[in-house]
Design a protein around this ligand. Sequence first.
Ligand SMILES: C[S@@+](CC[C@H](N)C(=O)[O-])C[C@H]1O[C@@H](n2cnc3c(N)ncnc32)[C@H](O)[C@@H]1O
Length: 370
Amino acid sequence: MSESDNLSTEEIARQRDAFIERFLGYAAGTFNFFAMYIGERLGYYRALALSGGALTSAELASRTDTHERYAREWLEQQTVAGILEVEDENLDVSQRRFHLPPGHVEPLVERDSLNYIAPLTRLMAGAVRPLDALLEAYRTGGGVPFSDYGSDLREGQAAINRPAFLYKLSQEWLPAIPDVHARLMSDPPARVADIGCGYGWSSIGIARGYSNAHVDGFDLDEPSIRLAEENARHHNVTDRVHFQVRDAGDPALAGQYDLVTAFECVHDMSDPVAALHMMRQLAGERGTVLIVDERVGDTFTAKGNDVEWMMYGWSILHCLPVGMVDPPAVGTGTVMRTDTLRSYAMDAGFRKVEILPIENFFFRFYRLTP
Ligand SMILES: C[S@@+](CC[C@H](N)C(=O)[O-])C[C@H]1O[C@@H](n2cnc3c(N)ncnc32)[C@H](O)[C@@H]1O
């Protein structure tokens, strides 16, 4: 018998009302999320921030090449939601001016900031794009291809990790692994393989931080690799950074690398053991394999740790279904616990999996030793 079997009628009514209140909160959050997606995609937040003050709906519409009536509805929604502020709500509708509170500018528009979290809205819109295919996958046990999630998911993923990859990876994370840092600084130039590199920001971040290093980025997804090449050109690192469309487990992957990295991608793979096996080969006896993945708890608990509410969210909509595409898939999901990674690594021929003492709210850093 569970504890709930003993609840009185009043307690059940209280539980019901509390749940309804929470449920309505979810609805409000969802409306806000998609309204923020509109603001991000149409450049509304950027226009408001660049104005340096407040804008009317007509001014916002003209600066973003959008329609005044829609801009006005969005401005009012954002104000009621507490994301924007109105200067004088009693003015005539055409005269009302809206602004971004100063503390909201960095999370919404400063794309180099570590506090820039607006890309979550694109990730979320991407994650729900293939809803019908997703339901079908739940019924059949099949998967949903990464490409079905479209450019919102790709771009959201790239933009959310970009500041950390450009401004922390080579400045804090790799220097915290002294032998790897020393090798990346030294001659002959170190070689790095970056598996599942997406738009290439981790590869570019390493190349920018270590002016000697050569980085090869690999990803299954062709559109991501094309964008990675464009990003490398923009950052003037094409002499040392190259990208290729490749499955991480592809036996044709060859070479000898001093460092082999995989950022937030092992949990997405249908066959992570094959990928880790290949990474072990690329690193040889002397190279280092670094896996950076989600900082989830060691076991399932009803409450979850402080990031699992988010990781389970991505998992049910995106990471588990993309990892179920190629049968026989192991079906990891975003919540890849340390023991799960350890068992994949052992199956791939590694002897040791070490958690590195690098602090990060979302990521855990694993060093795998052959
Ligand atoms: C969540 S994204 C992470 C991208 C990037 N590393 C980052 O942290 O922003 C996962 C990436 O892994 C790639 N991927 C998944 N399975 C792969 C495989 N078997 N081989 C190569 N890339 C793979 C996907 O195409 C996608 O770009």
